[in-house]
Design a protein around this ligand. Structure first.
Ligand SMILES: [Zn+2]
Ligand SMILES: [Zn+2]
Length: 261
């Protein structure tokens, strides 16, 4: 069985300082491919460096909506440059976060649109972070994302109704351990309407360990197995079949070498 963690932050200090142990435990758990996601200019550099160190590790480059306020035109030009590295398989994470509101909405919208333009130009998928900003995220995608071929909503925690809207737009979904939480009934209803060929897995580590490991403060890719088991059950599928299906979806979505399947 081979699982892919499509969204992790392996460059963040707590994981980076024990990276060999993190990767070893992940492989033992059957999680054998990783997409480490950049969040600012410095992390983007580190993500590419790390991806170059490990086989089956890839990078995404982006400026998180939290940091949109500091993103300059120069940063975006540099990001476009970095995105052409052969280990970079996606643009992101980008999008809108009106929950934490760490950047002005105006800055978030501008930087999000810039990411969509780069993704369209380089023909790369986009990883969307969307929190308390569903309608406006769709609006910006409609306006600036017409030429973007592949879009995934990461850490999807919306409703079944919202999932249906994204499905009509042929977007994808990835789920974190949040779906295993007791209070995530709304998200589980969304899972029910999402076909298996639109669904991917992620830890978003170091954050949000899945149940029954939620008490482990530092999440890591090895724990993806718990989210995979939980979702396989929810879909009424055998874990091996579920793993095979989500890995095939992910491999095609990010255009990874097919040895992963
Ligand atoms: Zn995010
Ligand atoms: Zn993230």
């Amino acid at each position: 069985m081979k699982l892919i963690d499509t969204h992790c932050h392996l460059t963040f200090d707590d994981l980076a300082k024990d990276i060999d142990g993190v990767i070893e435990r992940s492989r033992q758990a059957g999680v054998t491919t990783w997409l480490t996601v950049g969040t600012d200019p410095n992390e983007n550099q580190k993500a590419i460096e790390l991806a170059n160190r490990f086989e089956n590790m890839y990078a995404a480059v982006g400026i998180h909506p939290h940091d949109a306020k500091t993103a300059t035109g120069e940063n975006m030009a540099e990001l476009k440059e970095l995105a052409q590295n052969e280990k970079v398989v996606a643009i992101g994470e980008t999008g809108l976060d009106y929950f934490y509101d760490n950047s002005l909405h105006e800055d978030q919208r501008r930087v999000f649109a810039d990411h969509l333009n780069i993704a369209a130009e380089l023909n790369l998928p986009v990883i969307i972070h969307c929190r308390k900003a569903f309608d406006e995220t769709i609006e910006i995608l409609n306006e600036h994302g017409r030429d973007v071929k592949k879009v995934v909503f990461h850490c999807f925690s919306g409703s079944a109704e919202q999932a249906k809207i994204l499905l009509t737009k042929r977007y994808y979904f990835s789920f974190t351990g949040v779906v295993t939480f007791k209070n995530a009934e709304k998200t589980r209803k969304a899972v029910a309407v999402i076909p298996i060929d639109r669904l991917m897995l992620e830890t978003d580590c170091p954050y949000m360990s899945p149940e029954p490991m939620r008490k482990q403060k530092l999440n890591e890719p090895a724990l993806l197995i718990h989210t995979a088991k939980f979702l396989a059950d929810l879909k009424g599928m055998d874990l091996a079949d579920f793993a095979q299906a989500t890995t095939a979806t992910t491999t095609a979505f990010f255009n990874l070498p097919s040895k992963n399947i």
